[in-house]
Structures are given as C-alpha cells and as structure tokens.
Design a binder for this molecule. Structure first.
Ligand code: KG4
Ligand code: ZN
Length: 333
C-alpha cells in the first residue's frame, strides 16, 4: 500500500508518501515563510502563488525520495480544510487530477485530524478515553477522540488562537514573524515571574479559552514603558507571557482530562514544538498517570506526512471521497 498525501493549507507546500499508517517514506516540505516575513503575517496571494510554482517540484522530490513512481501509488489523500481557500485549492486540484488520471481513490482529510494523527505516528496504540489538544496558529481546541479521525469538540478559543497570540506579541515587541519560536528563544533568558500578566480562565464549567486579554495586557505594558522612555525587558516579557499562556492551556487541559477520565492525551499543532510547553504537559500527564503523545520531530508544524499517514488509515477502511468535495476554509472537526 502506498498513499501520497498533499498538504497546502497555509504557507507550506508539502507532499509525503506513506507505505503504512506509521511508515513515512518521504515528507517534503517547502515553506514560503521567508516571503511573508516582511509583511508580519501570511499573505494568502503569496502563499497560493508559491504553491502553484512549487507543487510539481515537491511532487517529483517526494516520489524520488520514496524511490517510487506515480504508477505505484494506490491512493491520494489531501487536506480539504480548514485553511486558506486559494492555497487549499492548489493541493485539491492536483489531488483530483492525480486520482482521476491514475484511476485511484481520493481521500479528503481535515487538517486538524492530521495534526492529532501526527502524535500517533511513533506509537503503537492510543488508550481510550483519549483527549486531544490542538494548538496552532489558527486553532486552540480540546477534543474528545472517539476514534482516529472521529473527534468531538469540547472547548476552543473564543478569540485569538494560542499561536496567533505568540505571533501578535512578537509583533508588539518588534521581534519578527512567526512569533512562537522567537518568543520561546527569548523566554529562555528571562524571568517568568517578573511580570504578572492576567490569566483568563472564563467560568469553571467551560473548557473554552481566551487569549486576546493577555495580548492586550502585553501591548499596554509595552506602551507604558515606551511612554516613560524606559528600556523594554524583552526576555522577561516573553518568559512571563509564555508562562501565562501555558498556565491557561494547562488549567483547562487538566480539567478536561480529569472530567473525562482520560487514559491518554494527544498533542498537535505548531505550538506543540515548544519545549517548555512539552515539559509542562509531560509533568501534567505523569501527575494524572496518563499517556502523553507528541508529534515526532518535524511534524508539529504543517506537513504532509500526517496527511499521508492518516490517508493510509482511511484507505484500509475504504473511507474514500468523490470528486464533488471542494476546499473548505472553515471546515469543522
Ligand atoms: O500548525 P501550524 O504550523 O500552522 C497552523 O495550522 O496554524 O502552527 C503555526 C503556529 C504559529 O502561530 C507559530 O508562531 C506557532 O505555531 N509556533 C510556536 C512555536 N513554533 C511554532 N509557538 C510557540 N512555540 C514554538 N516553538
Ligand atoms: Zn496546522
């Protein structure tokens, strides 16, 4: 069995080939991030052009790296959404063209399912009940994992996503884009107890999050120091901000796992690359006595390996799509 997975939901043009749910033969990721940096965020038009220009090159490279050819591929899996509509359409158009011309099944997939699937790639089994935490640039969600590819939303952010808050705070501090890795690096040299930024826990009976308050608190703090002509303690701001955000994430994740009697916790999305978050989640899981599963190195950020691996899982269960599906920017879980 060989499944070719295509992921073009944001700035990464990525194609991977899997020979089984956990056997990734190739995973080529080419990002257009360097082209967006000067604008301080992702510019959809630039991302789409980049996908169009590079997708054939990425396809060739993925096939070569896997030492295979299109004639040996059994199915095509592709990200249907959520994501940038034009960007998604580039991947979906290629997927439909390949599926039609090679006469092989097409498997449309949800990007968020892919992010959580990435956490299972190195593991043999997921113990149920299982909870998923998705922390990316567009989403912050807690989900009940009924089965692989069958998720029920339990809580989500009411405003900014967790990664988005990192990106916005980095912008306020003039540190560049994307903010997550830069803030993590700065935070290492700072004191996380130095500034008491507000945590928003909403009410006790909700598993929702809110990150817009802390972003505004950082903005006001920075503006007031600037007005007084004082030097910005950048590392302390980053460390204190990061700790506050992770306090909020940990608080709801703990409550969710306890309420549901979880036996495992799966983490996915770009923010899961953060070492400090991983350490705190590891501590939480050992405290609760449950398994914790993270994406392997290089699979926290957007990539097609998670789409090819999940594609294999669906292929075995014959969960195929037809050509009537199209890109959905706001595709739900
Ligand atoms: O999952 P992802 O690659 O794309 C989306 O589906 O959104 O996540 C990108 C997000 C960005 O907001 C980025 O700042 C954040 O993940 N991120 C991080 C780190 N690396 C990436 N946030 C915190 N710490 C990191 N090390
Ligand atoms: Zn993503």
């Amino acid at each position: 069995m060989l499944v070719l997975g295509i992921e073009t939901s944001c700035d990464e043009t990525s194609i991977a080939i899997a020979s089984g749910e956990r056997q990734i033969l190739s995973n080529i990721v080419v990002s257009s991030l360097h082209l967006h940096k000067r604008y301080g965020g992702i510019v959809p038009e630039i991302a789409c052009r980049h996908h169009t220009e590079l997708i054939n090159f990425v396809l060739d490279k993925a096939l070569k790296r896997a030492k295979t050819s299109l004639n040996d591929i059994d199915a095509i899996s592709v990200t249907q959404g959520p994501g940038l509509i034009g960007a998604l359409l580039v991947g979906i158009s290629l997927a439909k063209a390949l599926s039609y011309s090679l006469k092989i099944p097409i498997i449309p997939l949800n990007h968020l399912h892919g992010h959580l699937y990435a956490a299972t790639i190195n593991e043999r089994e997921v113990k149920f009940p299982s909870i998923g935490l998705i922390v990316s640039g567009g989403h912050t969600s807690l989900v009940d994992i009924k089965d692989i590819g069958n998720l029920k939303l339990l809580g989500q952010t009411r405003d900014d996503a967790c990664g988005e808050a990192f990106d916005k705070v980095a912008k306020i501090l003039g540190l560049g884009f994307p903010g997550g890795p830069i803030i993590e690096k700065q935070a290492k040299g700072g004191n996380c107890e130095k500034i008491e930024f507000p945590r928003s826990y909403l009410s006790k009976d909700t598993l929702d999050f809110s990150f817009s308050g802390i972003k505004t608190a950082v903005l006001y703090f920075v503006e007031s120091l600037k007005r007084k002509g004082q030097r910005l303690p950048v590392a302390d701001i980053c460390a204190s901000f990061q700790k506050a955000v992770f306090d909020m994430l940990l608080n709801k994740t703990r409550a969710c796992c306890q309420n549901r009697g979880a036996k495992s916790l799966l983490i996915g999305g770009g923010v899961s690359a953060n070492r400090s978050l991983r350490k705190r989640l590891e501590d939480l899981s050992s405290d609760l006595g449950i398994d914790i599963l993270f994406p392997p190195k290089g699979m926290s950020l957007d990539n097609a390996a998670m789409i090819a691996g999940l594609g294999c899982y669906m292929y075995k269960r014959e969960k195929f799509g037809d050509y009537s599906f199209t890109a959905q920017a706001n595709l739900n879980l």
